[in-house]
Design a protein around this ligand. Structure first.
Ligand SMILES: *Cc1c(COP(=O)(O)O)cnc(C)c1O
Length: 354
């Protein structure tokens, strides 16, 4: 009998698929591999979920608001844009998919600097598009001029993953001016940085900013992200998304979370303080550490392979992300944990290295 898989699109059958960081199902593992916030989400978001449940089954019987009117109003207030500038998504990965489907024809070109977020290449393959990369300079800057003009869509994570580095808005402005196509500034980690590209959207440049509640708001399990873009573009993107891409529960929690800027400021201060302590301690242990504007640090130990350190930490129930890229030394991307988690990591590393 013919296997049903033989009818698949050949490019799907032959592609590897995006490999997310491990999510072990055992307790007691110190998880520093997927950049989740080490602290619980805002109590206001949990209260919104409880209030939703108290509202009764009737609230789940009906479809949710397809465009997330309340979320858009709350986010617009916080970000200094209009509700019409906001597109809601089932995580920011959903937003990246919507942008790909909207801008990139089959056989088109998608681009991003490298090393950066690995999902972009997966999105290109799913779309039947060519994926082109431009290497970051040795100090994680962008080559000027940008060598790849006219791509159908260019992605730039800012802060970048795995490096945690940022490029300035002046550089982004120049890049947006010379691309000859739309630029997506993926701001998954902007809540931990000192800069963001919202003003480029307000200036009317061909730029879309994407955000997530997974990192800065401690809500990776909720699945909620959004885009900030030209209002006329948002109207077009709404046609491409699933009609009900965000469920009623996630909308209620996300609306409460984004309104809770006091919580965000407090959480950010804690994570940034621990990030500084972690980076300094890793450097004292002999790591080469890249200065980070995100909730993780990128580091490498000159005389021990990253693979070995990754494996030894895993034996000690500490999970970090081992990253390998063509033409680069492999390194470790270490999520900023709690103060206690950071103590445990540093204690294990100093045992391993001395
Ligand atoms: C985590 C991450 C995302 C995805 O966030 P979700 O909202 O959880 O889908 C997007 N881009 C980058 C660079 C990320 O690190």
């Amino acid at each position: 009998m013919t296997s049903i898989c033989s009818y698949l699109r050949p490019d799907i059958a032959s592609m590897a698929g995006y490999a997310p960081g491990e999510q072990p199902r055992v307790a007691d593992i110190l998880k520093l591999n997927t950049n989740e916030n080490p602290y619980p989400p805002p109590a206001s978001a949990m209260a919104a979920i409880a209030a939703f449940a108290e509202g009764g089954a009737e609230r789940l019987r009906k479809y949710p608001d397809p465009v997330g009117t309340d979320f858009r109003a709350a986010a617009a207030r916080v970000l200094g844009v209009l509700p019409g500038n906001i597109l809601i998504g089932n995580g920011s990965d959903d937003i990246l998919t919507i942008l790909t489907r909207s801008f990139v024809p089959q056989g088109g070109v998608m681009a991003s600097p490298t090393p950066s977020y690995l999902l972009y290449e997966t999105l290109a393959r799913l779309q039947g598009a060519r994926f082109e990369t431009v290497p970051f300079t040795s100090d994680w800057g962008l080559p000027a001029p940008w060598p790849l003009k006219g791509a159908n869509l260019t992605f730039l994570p800012n802060p970048n993953s795995p490096s945690g580095t940022v490029v300035s808005n002046d550089v982004l402005r120049r890049l947006a001016g010379e691309l000859g196509g739309p630029l997506v500034v993926d701001e998954a980690y902007a809540d931990f940085a000192d800069t963001n590209a919202l003003e480029l959207v307000r200036e009317g440049l061909p730029v879309v900013v994407t955000r997530t509640l997974s990192k800065g708001y401690g809500l990776a399990g909720l699945r909620f992200g959004f885009a900030v873009a030209d209002a006329a573009l948002v109207d077009q993107l709404v046609k491409v998304k699933d009609s009900y891409n965000c469920d009623a529960l996630s909308l209620a929690a996300a609306t409460a979370a984004i309104a809770d800027q006091a919580w965000l400021a407090d959480n950010r201060a804690k994570v940034v303080a621990t990030r500084r302590r972690l980076a300094e301690a890793l450097a004292r242990l002999g790591f080469l550490v890249t200065p980070s504007s995100a909730n993780f640090v990128w580091c490498r130990y000159p005389s021990k392979p990253a693979e070995e350190l990754y494996a030894r930490l895993k034996e000690r129930a500490i999970l970090v992300r081992l990253m390998r890229y063509p033409n680069r030394e492999p390194g470790l991307r270490v999520t900023v944990g709690t103060e206690e988690g950071t103590d445990r990591l540093l204690a294990e590393l100093s045992r391993l290295l001395t």
